[in-house]
Design a protein around this ligand. Structure first.
Ligand code: CU
Length: 350
């Protein structure tokens, strides 16, 4: 990183201060910017400009492959027999659909950048936790078992009775204990869940959170759908984050670009759970998106390329890519981007 800053500074100085060029009459005249033979590309060749990490994380780094996480809800990444252990659907006599989940908490070390390990608290061994997805009006039932070492809960955003809120001391589930959460899936939109045990900042930033999607009864348009949780990690426990990411692993989608098709409708379920920092943001390069804040209306709130979200704020984003190639997306808080919250879409023609 420091090396990059020095190179940039020298380049800027040489372009801005005429005297610097005059000192060396034999120096070649810099070619036009954008030329493949320019001094910039020579200097930067073989240098990643801080856009990524060296090395790779292990396949089991966060309990789920971040590429798989993008398109996984209701454990649809698991083979049928394995999936039944964590998710089952059944029809109730009144015609409603019951969606049952088996969740547990467990302490687990995860790898958030190559060689950077974090002692996480997890739902079902993964960070973020498993994505829950229902249709408005379904009945959701969650069998919760605390296998961790601290009292935990699952606090859902969305409508539910007081005894299902998972936020008061009497709601805390002690290690080894169980609790049954049950509530209707409403309102339709994009929500989240997280532990609400105390101290809350610790229970959240350690990794106990996940995405909760409620689809409207009339489905949204068919789209390539992607789940993204903006998060961060305080690796030295000074209540400031050292690593920032979307879906936990720093720069993962720089090294593994998210494949999308030219012209197809892409829908992003974007949630911000970042602890300690007041805001997070999301920016797409060269393309604009419709933003549906909290996903609770079918009319977009804005058409833009950058949004800002506080903790627990979330938006559904819809866009179509107009050009093939690689396009960055990242926090437009530069510090976060440089510390891992940066990725690529790779737009391919069919
Ligand atoms: Cu907790």
């Amino acid at each position: 990183m420091m090396k990059g800053k020095k190179i940039s500074l020298v380049l800027i100085l040489s372009f801005l201060i005429p005297g610097m060029k005059g000192e060396n009459p034999d120096a070649e005249v810099p070619k036009e910017r954008g030329s493949s033979q320019s001094p910039i590309s020579e200097l930067m060749s073989g240098y990643k400009m801080g856009m990524g990490t060296v090395g790779e994380v292990s396949p089991e780094a966060i309990g789920i492959d971040p590429v798989t996480y993008l398109t996984t809800w209701n454990f649809n990444n698991l083979p049928p027999e394995e999936r039944k252990k964590f998710y089952q659907e059944s029809n109730l006599p009144n015609g409603r659909l019951l969606r049952e989940y088996w969740f547990y908490t467990v302490d687990k070390e995860i790898e958030i950048a190559p060689g950077v390990f974090f002692p996480a608290w997890t739902y079902n061994g993964q960070v973020p936790g498993p994505t829950i997805r229902a249709t408005e009006g379904d009945l959701i039932r969650i069998h919760f078992l605390n296998q961790g070492t601290r009292p935990h809960t699952i606090h859902f955003h969305g409508f539910h009775p007081a005894e299902m809120d998972g936020s008061m001391p009497e709601d805390f589930v002690a290690p080894g204990d169980t609790f049954l959460y049950e509530f209707d899936a409403e309102p339709y939109g994009l929500h989240l869940y997280h532990c609400h045990s105390t101290p809350l900042s610790q229970h959240i930033h350690k990794g106990l959170y996940g995405v909760y999607i409620v689809d409207p009864k009339t489905p949204r348009l068919e789209a390539r759908e992607l789940v993204m949780m903006m998060n961060g990690f305080d690796t030295n426990f000074d209540e400031e984050n050292e690593i920032y990411a979307v879906n936990t692993i720093a720069f993962y989608y720089m090294n593994h670009p998210i494949q999308v098709k030219l012209g197809e409708l892409v829908r992003i379920y974007l949630v911000n759970i970042l602890e300690f920092d007041q805001i997070n943001s999301f920016h797409t390069h060269a393309h604009f998106f419709n933003e549906f804040r909290t996903g609770t209306s079918l009319s977009p709130n804005s058409f833009t390329d950058t949004i800002i979200l506080g903790q627990a704020e979330r938006s559904i984003l819809e866009l179509r890519f107009r050009f093939p190639g690689k396009f960055m997306f990242h926090a437009h808080k530069t510090e976060f981007a440089e510390r891992g919250w940066m990725g690529l879409f790779e737009v391919v023609e069919e």
